[in-house]
Design a binder for this molecule. Structure first.
Ligand code: URA
Length: 226
């Protein structure tokens, strides 16, 4: 440990002592996730694992449920239609996509029967198996705020089976980190009304307030009275 070691809640002791950087810790984790075969059926059917993307020093981290077909192909979370909407939400909040961190509870695309299209919800046993990787990502980044996108992300993070409608818009906690629940962007793609968009937007305004970010009048009024 170095001489000028000072204890701080913002750094792990090894990071602070300069023994191993945050980048190295994340890279080491990525190298462990990449060849993972803990769920043999998922490992056999995926194109690749989908680790996570963004700023490892982010103050804000979004958590989704699992890669879909586009993410499985590209190796990056939220790059399909739902992902494009998530990117718009992030930008409307005043961030670049690259400023935040985005990851899923599951790092593999849930396998589908041959010939079947669409996605299936991750099973509880798959989420329990994969969750430690997400917990490590959160532990390395230590964001000031987490956003769970949809009921499955909330189930993975907190174990709740409550409907997202009853969870969203309120603060929860994940190991001491404020956790906001909101609808998955895919829900908004299926229900693109201003009233549903406004609900997600109100949840994001709470996140901006929690982070102490400035909020313009224009931002406050999005999706109202239109
Ligand atoms: N939906 C998710 O939950 N995660 C993704 O990465 C893409 C779609």
């Amino acid at each position: 440990m170095s001489e000028n070691y000072v204890s701080s809640p913002w750094f792990s002791s090894s990071e602070e002592a300069g023994e191993i950087s945050r980048e190295e810790r994340m890279e080491a984790l990525r190298r462990r996730v990449e060849p993972c075969t803990k769920c043999p059926a998922l490992a056999a059917t995926r194109t690749q694992t989908v680790f996570g993307v963004g700023n490892i020093y982010a103050e804000l981290m979004f958590v989704g449920e699992a890669p879909g077909a586009d993410e499985d192909r590209m190796g990056e979370p939220f790059v399909g239609r739902a992902g494009q909407l998530l990117t718009k939400i992030i930008e409307t909040m005043g961030f670049q996509r690259s400023e935040v961190y985005i990851a899923n509870v599951l790092k593999c695309r849930p396998d589908m029967p041959p010939g079947a299209s669409g996605n299936r919800k991750p099973r509880p046993d798959e989420m329990a198996t994969c969750l430690p990787y997400l917990v490590e990502q959160i532990g390395i980044i230590r964001p000031r705020c987490l956003v769970a996108l949809g009921a499955t992300a909330m189930e993975g993070l907190t174990g709740t089976n409550a409907p997202i409608g009853s969870l969203r818009g309120r603060w929860h906690s994940f190991r001491g980190i404020p956790l906001m629940a909101t609808y998955h962007p895919a829900y908004i793609l299926r229900n693109p009304t201003n009233s549903e968009k406004r609900k997600v937007w109100e949840d994001m305004l709470k996140v901006l307030e929690q982070l102490g970010r400035p909020i313009t009048e224009k931002q406050r009024n999005y999706f109202l009275n239109r």
